[in-house]
Write a protein of this length. Structure first.
Lengths: 215, 506
């Protein structure tokens, strides 16, 4: 199974490299959703030897929420807010890709410095991929202008944490996982409503124009 | 007995949310707030019962040790009950005024009651869960539930503050979840299963075998993550915006308890880290650093503030820094930090109450337009001036006592740098805040006639003032014992009581 998990990890990293270079908002949303689906598959693969119905249901639920529900919610928020389709980043696309390469180097270095206590079960890419995904998410949050892009960044960040949880920690309690999933779901929902209200009050959702409160 | 405790726990968790839901379903707005006050009062009675049980038994557990109260969480729960009861009563006064002016429509009242009840339940969940994952869920839930309390009155600045709050706190608290996972990874080489590694009691018992590198990494993430929610610098950017834009009762529980709930989560992990071989002094060192940085950053911003609620928000950053510094010093410092928790919470609630009411009277929170508050409303003018005096550590108030103990702890433990920086920050805050407070209370300028204050308003000023003065002069034995026990949970064997400070180690 380790080989398959490694392939998934490579896919995860590739998606991280692609995300900051995408110029259309809906493509960003879909890339983050695809990541969510990959993570569901990852959960199934990581527990392949002892696949319980509980794990399967949780993985399915997480895939449905991240792969289907979030894109629908965000598309609706964008439509409601009449957003222009382009991402319009602060940091240009080429610089973003360069930043991605730097982040990948940092993640690989960190992964080498922090070996898992049980030896990582022959998955040298597991920790770097998780860290890379978190960093990409943070990068998108700070380098993008639109509120929707920032939500995509937050989702990517959460995806990274989730990936780390699956490969490094293993099975935590179902109630905890459900609670976390519910919280993230509500977070996106709440952000969606906030975007709607930002749009109504400000006539745009450029978060960089939210600058009345300073000092 | 066991059954009784289970019922008690579930009452604590569900009563506020249920109270909020019931009051939201009513038709009359004043009745809604009345029912909300009644439900919070009933919940406070349950808190008192739970604290009494903890005092008797040391700690109580329920739901197969997923829910647990010990001296530390009971202490925070007691503070929370006091703050929330006061703030809910104040909400009646504050929104009552808005209703008299034709504001606060039923839709807003429903939104407020539902979210307020939910927030209280979520904060209780943070305090009573022994499972660190569920604790995280509680903290994130408070973020989401309070988001729309900030923009209860929709306006551009309030929506901006809401957006910053949701985004910064969600990402920040995400770090804390990563930290929780890293702590679980540090337990991988031990006999603990991943499920057990999330239970605080198990993690603490097995701390001697945790992997130090992963535990340290975990604590950094936890301190940054929960520190964001607690408003520690440099992760405090959301705090002044949210506190200044939220309606005053909401600012009061934000500052009075939500920050403390997040800091409590950091406190929980300190004894675990201290017990890991090779990590001694790591967590406390980090907390000292965050504490001092917060005090200094807040001091600089306090000098330049012109908005009263933002001024108070930066005071919160400063005082969270003081509490973190106390925790970082350990021993007597932990005692001082926990004593400071109640002092700061009571004082900050009072100051936001006063800022809110005066804001309603002047129609602004800009201090340039709020002069001579003593004439406009003697009651609230005295409230704001007294509470600012207390906040900057003037002598007879309880905050002076806890800060004095903290300074003593710093000098005793030989950390002169902390003591000097703490004093320097405190001195800047003292002068700057006094410079803001004197014109606010007695400055000339156009005077408006305020309305006569009601009995409830008088109680809301006099009671916190009496607590602050009372605790500054005399500390009851029962309270001292409660704080010592709570400090014992954080500091392990190194905890001191007040007597220990006076007469050597106990």
């Amino acid at each position: 199974m380790a080989a398959w998990i490694e392939i998934l990890m490579i896919l995860l990293i590739l998606l991280d490299m692609v995300l900051p270079g995408l110029s259309r908002l809906s493509a960003c949303v879909r890339a983050a959703a695809l990541q969510g689906v990959l993570l569901g598959v990852l959960t199934l693969l990581a527990n392949f030897d002892a696949l319980t119905p509980r794990v399967a249901v949780l993985a399915g639920l997480s895939m449905a929420v991240k792969g289907f529900l979030f894109p629908v919610l965000l598309e609706r928020a964008m439509k409601g807010a009449g957003v222009r389709k382009e991402v319009e980043p602060f940091v240009g696309y080429v610089t973003s890709i360069a930043a991605c390469v730097a982040m990948l180097a940092v993640s690989l270095l960190l992964g080498q410095r922090l070996p898992l206590p049980d030896g990582g079960q022959g998955m040298p890419l597991a920790v770097p991929a998780a860290i890379m995904t978190m960093l990409t998410g943070l990068f998108i949050v700070v380098s993008r202008r639109k509120a929707v892009s920032q939500v995509v960044g937050y989702l990517t960040f959460e995806n990274g944490i989730y990936a780390f949880g699956v490969v490094a920690v293993g099975e935590v309690n179902a109630l905890v996982e459900l609670g976390v999933l519910l919280d993230i779901f509500v977070a996106v929902f709440v952000m969606g409503i906030a975007i709607y209200q930002i749009n109504r009050e400000f006539d745009h959702i450029d978060a960089d124009h939210l600058s009345m409160l300073r000092g | 007995m066991k059954m009784e405790i289970e019922v008690l726990f579930w009452t604590l968790l569900l009563l506020p949310a249920a109270g909020g839901a019931v009051s939201a379903s009513l038709g009359n707005r004043r009745l809604m707030l009345g029912v909300l006050i009644a439900s919070v009062a009933a919940w406070s009675a349950a808190v008192a019962a739970a604290c009494a049980r903890v005092g008797e038994l040391g700690s109580v557990e329920a739901a197969s040790s997923w829910l647990r109260l010990d001296a530390l969480s009971a202490w925070h729960l007691a503070v929370m009950a006091l703050i929330c009861l006061l703030s809910t009563c104040y909400a009646r006064v504050y929104f009552g005024e808005e209703m008299d002016r034709g504001g606060f429509p039923a839709r807003q009242a429903r939104q407020f009651c539902l979210l307020w009840g939910g927030t209280l339940s979520a904060m209780t969940l943070v305090l009573v869960s022994n499972n660190l994952g569920i604790m995280w869920v509680g903290v994130e839930s408070t973020t989401l539930l309070t988001a729309f309390l900030i923009c209860l009155h929709l306006s551009k600045p309030s929506i901006e503050a809401t957006w910053k709050y949701i985004l910064i706190c969600s990402v920040g608290v995400g770090f804390a979840f990563m930290g929780t996972l890293l702590m679980a990874v540090s337990a991988k080489g031990t006999a603990l299963s991943p499920e057990e590694a999330l239970l605080w009691t198990r993690l603490w018992e097995g701390a001697a075998k945790l992997d130090p590198v992963w535990a340290k990494a975990g604590f950094i993430f936890l301190a940054v993550g929960y520190g964001t929610k607690a408003g520690l610098a440099p992760m405090h950017n959301w705090l002044p915006d949210a506190h200044s834009q939220a309606p005053a009762p909401v600012s009061a529980i934000f500052s009075g308890f939500m920050l403390n709930a997040a800091l409590y989560c950091v406190m929980r992990h300190v004894p675990v880290l201290e017990a890991v071989p090779g990590c001694e002094g790591f967590a406390t060192g980090l907390l000292r650093g965050f504490g001092i940085l917060s005090i200094l950053v807040a001091a600089v911003f306090i000098v330049f503030q012109h908005d009263l609620k933002r001024l108070l928000a930066y005071h919160s950053v400063e005082h969270m820094g003081i509490i973190a510094l106390g925790l970082g010093l350990g021993g007597l410092g932990t005692f001082a930090a926990l004593f400071h928790t109640v002092n700061h919470s009571v004082c900050k609630t009072l100051s936001f109450f006063a800022a809110g009411r005066l804001g309603q009277m002047y129609g602004t929170h800009d201090m340039a337009g709020m002069r001579g508050a003593m004439k406009v409303s003697p009651l609230w003018g005295a409230g704001i001036f007294g509470s600012i005096l207390a906040l900057i550590g003037v002598a007879p108030f309880a905050l002076f006592m806890s800060e004095f103990l903290l300074l003593k702890a710093a000098i005793d433990s030989g950390s002169a740098v902390s003591a000097v920086l703490f004093l320097a920050g405190g001195a800047v805050v003292f002068m700057a805040a006094l410079g803001h407070a004197i014109p606010l209370a007695w400055g000339g300028g156009e005077q408006r006639a305020g309305r006569r204050a009601g009995v409830l308003e008088a109680v809301l000023v006099v009671l916190p003032m009496a607590i602050l003065l009372g605790l500054g002069i005399w500390m009851p034995d029962m309270l001292e014992a409660a704080i010592s026990q709570a400090a014992g949970v954080v500091g392990g064997v190194r905890a001191f009581g007040l007597a220990g400070a006076q007469g050597g180690a106990r």
